[in-house]
Ligand binder design. Structure first.
Ligand code: ATP
Ligand code: MG
Length: 479
């Protein structure tokens, strides 16, 4: 979208209140308020960029809570909450949140990103904001109603696609290091660039990211991952030295070693290429994107050079899957089914493509279907995106094999229905029939029956499975 013709001296008030019904009602009350009130920050930015937003920030020169109460009383069925300590109040209507704050200035101490806050002017309130594009305000009442207050040329930076701090970048980032991640997040969401001085301010302060709570870091990281240009975000995280502090395992993927003239690929750039490939196929699955980021995470730890084979990364799938819970725990990501999904995809990511032609047997395919279950489609998506070889001939060969496996998986699934399959004999039946108490032997017999069916030794049938169970028990001396 072109912002060439967006005019800050023009009045966009009508457009603004037409843009959002709740704003129309809010502005009715503000109209007759006796102190200046402004719309500020992200909402103004996104209004100009025509991006949808659900949070609206309103700054008041005076008692923000009092105004918020008056607005809330005028809106029926909205929820109203006050945060006295922060001097803020929030109104929620449907999925829209409107926050009212008194204009404030801030001062920081060295050890915390939580400032000491005191009442201030609009200018002081704009000074404390992180980027010029986030410091824009629009007056909502009085003679200046509808006019822009843009002391740092934020509209110009929006037009030119530039992220820049209003004040000295080194101080801005030192005061609140989370802003460094926000800079990169906006860059990857909007496809903007960071100005040179602002970039330098980040590199100087990268280490200070360590004073920020992990939850906030992870929140920004997830926003970068879900943005339109996540690989741009990761390249900037790396260039500014932030990556090594917030995601050292990912930083370790960077670099190429050469022995006897043989190189391996740079797994940092490879992973970002896979991420770009997957964006074309799936747009909104955060956990699939995490699986991409982590699919080769154990390559540095498993890297070996062998004089006959060259560079190898044997077992990086297995080791990578084991690293997933540790990384999730440190990142304070949920340790739930989403984590197990990521773990499964990392573990299986080589399987579809590693089957050579004569290994693409029904039994291998059944095993893959069984292990991937409902996540097969996502696994195949990851696997196909993972084919990034620069060597065209090699790439074609892999893609061809991928297609063969894909087609055969479909045939086997249609015939044998393995994806959501449960073996026909439960652990309880094994224990009851063979008079066993819970323990290793029950597990072994259960596994034996499952393998016999997946390998095609017996049919997927209760009678055959029962006979097989008895045979297995005899051979183990249980019967
Ligand atoms: P988004 O809503 O997409 O996360 P945003 O810029 O609107 O982006 P919010 O957290 O909603 O972010 O904050 C609203 C506004 O508050 C920002 O636009 C900015 O002016 C200011 N702000 C938020 N966080 C900071 C910060 N860490 N330092 C300085 N100003 C900030
Ligand atoms: Mg916002």
């Amino acid at each position: 979208m072109s912002l060439e013709h967006f005019n800050t001296s023009g009045n966009h008030y009508d457009e603004l209140i037409e843009n959002e019904p709740i704003l129309k009602s809010v502005c009715k009350v503000i109209d007759s308020w006796n102190k200046p009130v402004y719309l500020i920050g992200g909402y103004v930015r996104d209004f100009i960029l025509q991006r949808p937003t659900k949070d609206i920030d309103i700054v008041v020169l005076g008692d923000g809570i009092k105004l918020a109460k008056a607005v809330s009383d005028s809106l029926h069925q909205s929820s109203f909450s006050v945060f006295k300590n922060y001097g803020t109040a929030m109104i929620k209507l449907n999925d829209i949140e409107v926050q009212f704050v008194g204009a404030r200035k801030e001062s920081y101490s060295r050890n915390s990103r939580n400032p000491i806050v005191s009442p201030g002017s609009l200018k002081e309130d704009q000074n404390r904001r992180d980027f010029t594009i986030n410091a824009l305000a629009i007056s909502l009442n009085g003679n200046s109603k509808g006019s822009f207050v843009d002391p740092f040329n934020g509209v110009k930076d929006l037009k030119n696609g530039i992220i820049k701090t209003p004040l000295n970048p080194t101080e801005t980032f030192s005061d609140d290091p989370l802003r460094m991640l926000r800079a990169i997040r906006f860059t990857s969401q909007l496809g903007f660039i960071i100005s040179d001085e602002t970039f330098e301010g980040i590199t100087k302060n990268a280490e200070r990211i360590n004073i920020v709570a992990q939850e906030r870091i992870t929140d920004e990281l997830n926003k970068i991952i879900m943005s339109d240009y996540p690989s741009l975000g990761f390249k900037l995280l790396e260039k500014t030295n932030l990556l090594t502090h917030i995601f050292p395992e990912f930083q370790a993927l960077k670099g190429v070693d050469t022995i006897n003239g043989k190189k391996h690929k740079d797994n940092f750039y490879h992973t970002l290429e896979v991420l770009e490939n997957i964006l074309e196929k799936s747009t909104s699955n955060l956990w699939l994107r995490w699986a991409v980021l982590l699919h080769d995470i154990a390559k540095p730890a498993t890297k070996r050079f062998d004089h006959t084979q060259g560079w190898t990364f044997h077992g990086h799938d297995d080791k990578g899957a084991k690293m997933v819970p540790k990384i999730f725990k440190r990142m304070k990501l949920p340790l739930d089914d989403n984590m197990r999904y990521v773990q499964k995809l990392v573990l299986l990511h080589l399987r579809p493509i590693s089957l050579t032609n004569d290994q693409i047997t029904d039994s291998a395919l059944r095993r893959l279907l069984f292990e991937a279950g409902d996540d097969l489609e996502d696994l195949m998506c990851l696997c196909q995106s993972d084919i990034t070889s620069k060597n065209i001939e090699k790439k074609q060969r892999y893609l061809k094999r991928f297609e063969v496996v894909q087609k055969k998986l479909k045939e086997v699934e249609e015939r044998d229905k393995i994806k959501n399959w449960q073996p026909p004999i439960s652990g309880k039946e094994i224990m009851d029939t063979l008079n066993l108490s819970p323990g290793k032997e029950v597990g072994q017999i259960k596994e034996g029956i499952k393998n016999a069916i997946l390998d095609g030794v017996i049919k997927n049938d209760t009678k055959e499975a029962r006979d097989f169970m008895l045979k297995l028990a005899k051979s183990k001396g249980i019967l």
